[in-house]
Design a protein around this ligand. Sequence first.
Ligand code: G3H
Ligand code: 13P
Ligand code: ZN
Length: 334
Amino acid sequence: MPLVPMKQILDEAAKKSYGVPHFNVNNMEQAQAIMRSASEVESPVIMAASRGALKYTDLIFIKHLMMACIEKYPKIPVAMHLDHGNGLESVKTAISLGFTSVMMDGSLKEDAKTPTTFDENVKITKECADYAHKFGVTVEGELGTLGGIEDGVGSGVVNLTDPNQVKEFLEKTGVDALAVAIGTSHGAYKFKIKPDPDKNLLAMDVIRKIHSMVPKLHMVMHGSSSVPQELIAQINKNGGKIAPTFGVPLWAIKEWIAAGVRKVNVDTDLRLASTAAIRKVFYESPEKFDPREYLGPARDAMAALVKERFIAFGSASHAFDYAPATLEDMKKFY
Ligand code: G3H
Ligand code: 13P
Ligand code: ZN
């Protein structure tokens, strides 16, 4: 199967009310872990590269990693997505590499730190959507801001999405999916206390309200890593120093999916899984120095986590439900 537009993956997920994980990739082991598990559980794949990933891989390596994924696993639908684009240039770069989906994060200015006004967000997002749709490429926008800062990206301030602005934003920009803010944060440090159904750490009412107002909207949730406690313990046991922290529990993500969230962004959990595996090898076998002996276990640990997410979010067993759409099909649609 060739690369597919992300809109198709989300449309199909909406028909059967499941969620699809978005996994960030920066290197070969992550891409292999994701594809191996997707193939095992027969799930469609959303693979994402941030601007940081494009810089780290020097563009050309991410392009050929993506090509290797679809050549090795020709039956799995894969959407390649730009995570947190910060302007038309980043969108153009991703499309020139063959990405089938882009996020224009107009909730922040080009510095990826300063929150924008609603009108500024509309203007830049529409400009990018108009450009991307000419190529049949899917567009994700963002309304509201997350907490947390990753590699200098993010304002660090939570501004919950105002449900009353959503319809107008969709009409004015034409985006295919929308990231909403309900109190999640990027990175490992999301919550100081363990989220519990009666603690109200997340604004579930915001997603429920948006879903009731715009039931066909594909909502996207950033900052959705679960920060597994056993990984934190394994890292710290083997010389790491991660302060006490909690992520988003899988039960909460299942509630989001039932309320219309179709794309669930996970990056930190793969970082934690690989770090835990590598630290274990280094600590238990300090004589080892062949990278395959620690990158291999890192890849296995990521694959196990990814598999769990495909199953938990409900996308497992849906890879072969539909024939692949092409960007040419999407050009006609737009
Ligand atoms: O949303 C941010 C992702 O976790 C990507 O992080 O910019 O460090 O690659 P990054
Ligand atoms: P996490 O840091 O929770 O994995 O979120 C990743 C993300 O939102 C990527 O866009
Ligand atoms: Zn994000």
